[in-house]
Design a protein around this ligand. Structure first.
Ligand SMILES: *Cc1c(COP(=O)(O)O)cnc(C)c1O
Length: 366
């Protein structure tokens, strides 16, 4: 069976280095807010090119904390609206509503699966204060026009960079394109920890300071609390692992690109719509390789029978979830079509050429 993602193999590729770091951290007797987190934050900031990086407990918290900090700073108020793609993982939206802000869903572009820039302005009101962009599947969504639109309406750009660490737009890394960015280091992401972990990057010093306090009970100084904060810290063990793996992220993303380029070149079954092949390969880190077909159910069954494991990202759009009952009657046809037709093929830095060949043959023989 070709696994969708072989996490064990991905982490065993760095076994010796990770085990040494884990042992060292265990023996140090220091498990929170220590040198490992500091080192990872410094290296993450350097890698992204941002002035600040803050480790937090997970990707959802990263996004929640950014918005919460904007509220504490008076940049946003409860009831303000944040534009967000209708086609995203629900965490992007949860981060908004959790803060008492209003998510305003915008349809994606069917060819990029990312937010359709031309449909943003019609959804704006005087209360629109932010634009959350999601580099879905690992593909950058950014342009001069998007930047200009945000500037014109004085919107904060918040990047949901959970799926795209290492991607670049004209030489600038995702995570350094807007006001602040949230990262997820969930084990299955391109840079994955051994449990939950997340991060935030920004060039805004006041924002960074506010987030740091908010993530630590609202405190910058022990037992002095300036905000009603939460506890959302990255721990030393996860930071130590991430610091090892960060060194290899470019090489691992490059291997993902190689596999994606083979899929794009060699899958030739007209029943499937493949993702776009980009002129600038740096604009994609292929967190997921997502094809579309109107025969998804039978294709998935056939692939399973032929030893290829696939997943669906995602089967139910956020506006049709019970969690957002008020939206259930809304219609987002492009989002709904995407959710009904997408299928994610195996892709990871540890897949062998032979395994890639098996996936390609299976698809072409369908
Ligand atoms: C994974 C993910 C998140 C949430 O990250 P967690 O670390 O699982 O909380 C948010 N947004 C997107 C697009 C994601 O893929």
């Amino acid at each position: 069976m070709i696994k969708f993602l072989d996490l064990q193999k991905i982490n065993l590729a760095h076994q010796q280095e990770i085990e040494e770091k884990l042992l060292q951290t265990f023996r140090s007797g220091w498990y929170l807010l220590g040198n490992e987190v500091k080192s990872f934050e410094d290296n993450l900031a350097k890698y992204i090119g941002s002035q600040h990086a803050i480790g937090v407990a997970n990707g959802l918290d990263a996004l929640r904390l950014i918005l919460r900090a904007y509220i504490e700073m008076g940049v946003m108020q409860k009831g303000d609206e944040i534009i967000v793609p209708a086609n995203t993982y629900i965490a992007s939206i949860l981060a908004i509503s959790d803060n008492g802000l209003v998510p305003v869903l915008v349809e994606p572009d069917i060819s990029t699966y990312n937010i359709d820039l031309s449909k943003i302005e019609e959804k704006m009101t005087s209360r629109t204060k932010g634009l959350m962009i999601v580099h879905l599947y690992g593909r950058v969504v950014f342009s001069e026009d998007l930047r200009a639109l945000a500037q014109k309406h004085q919107l904060k750009i918040i990047e949901d960079n959970a799926q795209a660490i290492g991607a670049e737009w004209t030489g600038v890394k995702t995570g350094n394109l807007g006001g602040a960015a949230g990262f997820s280091f969930y084990p299955g992401k391109n840079l994955g920890a051994l449990g939950d972990a997340g991060g935030i990057t920004t060039n805004d010093e006041e924002l960074a300071k506010t987030i740091r306090a908010l993530a630590n009970y609202g405190s910058n100084q022990k037992y002095v609390n300036i905000y009603q904060g939460l506890n959302s810290r990255l721990d030393e063990i996860q930071a130590a692992v991430l610091d090892v793996k960060l060194k290899y992220i470019d090489a691992e993303n490059q291997r993902r690109r190689e596999i994606a380029h083979r899929y794009l070149a060699e899958i030739n079954n007209p029943k499937f719509i493949l993702p776009e092949n980009l002129a600038d390969e740096n604009e994609h880190v292929w967190h997921l390789f997502v094809i579309r077909t109107t025969e998804r159910e039978s294709l998935q069954k056939y692939l399973t029978e032929n030893a290829v494991q696939t997943l669906i990202h995602y089967p139910i759009p956020p506006h049709q979830q019970e969690a957002y009952k008020d939206w259930n009657d809304l219609s987002f046809p492009i989002t709904e079509k995407i959710h009904a037709e997408v299928l994610s093929l195996p892709i990871s830095p540890v897949m062998t050429d032979e395994e890639v060949g098996v996936v390609i043959d299976a698809l072409n023989n369908y």
